[in-house]
Design a protein around this ligand. Structure first.
Ligand SMILES: Nc1ncnc2c1ncn2[C@@H]1O[C@H](COP(=O)(O)OP(=O)(O)OP(=O)(O)O)[C@@H](O)[C@H]1O
Ligand SMILES: [Mg+2]
Length: 262
């Protein structure tokens, strides 16, 4: 095998090799002007695992997700997806990697001017041109069924509740069968019952699709329900990373304060 083949074979091999984390960020730094937001963040997530990222407003949780997706570049540090450093990748290659990543943004979960059906079909129309219209429609139907929204095909996002919008956003995030799922505040702004339903849905999707998931949340209750591990950020650093019990048993003042007020 020549060198080019070896390089080309690497990412796929890494996907199958469960010892390579699906997502690995190392020593990430990111500032905006003089504001230092991330100051040395290192985290890994394996397939089948859900990591919850917690922290106060403005600690850089959404920025962290945008760096993982490659929508922004870190000032220093690395983002590896299935072992491959995404820094300096050509747009096409980054695009290929992104197809394996489903994401739900914090705001703008859906495109306002498209129906529910069109929203979920959007990634298929752009990345699965080989699928016929009827195959795409079938897939959209199945995805909406999976999230319990099969009755809302022709509705506009403004006509459905916040919790329903998040469900549809999840269906869209799953459209390309990602192996990495990145969710930014999937339960924010929802009442406790709707939040619990979204948590149950995330657990179900995780069990069925066995993805590597990073879920950013303010909601400790939700983090406890869905995550294998939790990472609490403050002042640009990971203050603690571990199970919910490990956070509960921590002596670190910031952790105790955070838990007390959550
Ligand atoms: N493109 C940008 N330009 C300038 N500043 C930015 C940019 N993106 C983020 N910031 C700043 O970085 C900080 C972290 O923002 P971020 O949105 O990641 O916080 P967060 O932890 O997600 O907060 P929240 O819990 O409220 O969603 C904020 O102070 C924000 O104003
Ligand atoms: Mg945010």
């Amino acid at each position: 095998m020549d060198t080019i083949d070896q390089i080309a074979a690497q990412p796929e091999d890494a996907e199958k090799d469960s010892s390579v984390p699906a997502v690995a960020v190392e020593d990430l730094h990111k500032s905006f002007g003089t504001q230092r937001v991330l100051n040395g963040i290192s985290l890994t997530v394996k397939r089948g695992e859900t990591l919850a990222v917690l922290g106060r407003s403005g600690t850089g949780k959404s920025v962290l997700l945008r760096l993982i997706i490659g929508l922004q570049n870190p000032d220093s540090g690395s983002v590896r997806i299935h072992g491959q450093d995404i820094a300096g990748l050509a747009l096409d290659d980054l695009g290929e990697i992104r197809k394996k990543m489903g994401f739900l943004f914090q705001h703008a979960a859906l495109y306002d001017s498209l129906t529910v059906e069109e929203n979920v079909a959007f990634p298929l129309q752009h990345h699965k041109q080989e699928m016929s219209k009827s195959e795409q429609a079938d897939r959209v139907g199945k995805l909406l069924e999976e999230v319990g929204m099969e009755g809302a095909l022709q509705k506009m996002p403004s006509d459905i509740s916040g919790g329903m919008q998040k469900r549809v956003g999840l269906a869209r995030a799953l459209a390309l069968e990602p192996d990495i799922l990145l969710l930014d505040e999937p339960t924010a702004g929802l009442d406790p019952i709707s939040s619990g339903e979204i948590d149950d849905l995330i657990l179900k999707l995780q069990a069925e699709h066995h993805m590597a998931s990073v879920v950013v949340t303010h909601d400790l209750h939700s983090a406890k329900a869905i995550a294998d591990r939790l990472a609490l950020l403050n002042e640009g650093k990971v203050v603690i990373e571990g199970s919910f019990e490990e956070l509960q048993n921590s002596d670190i003042e910031f952790v105790r304060e955070f838990l007390k007020h959550s």
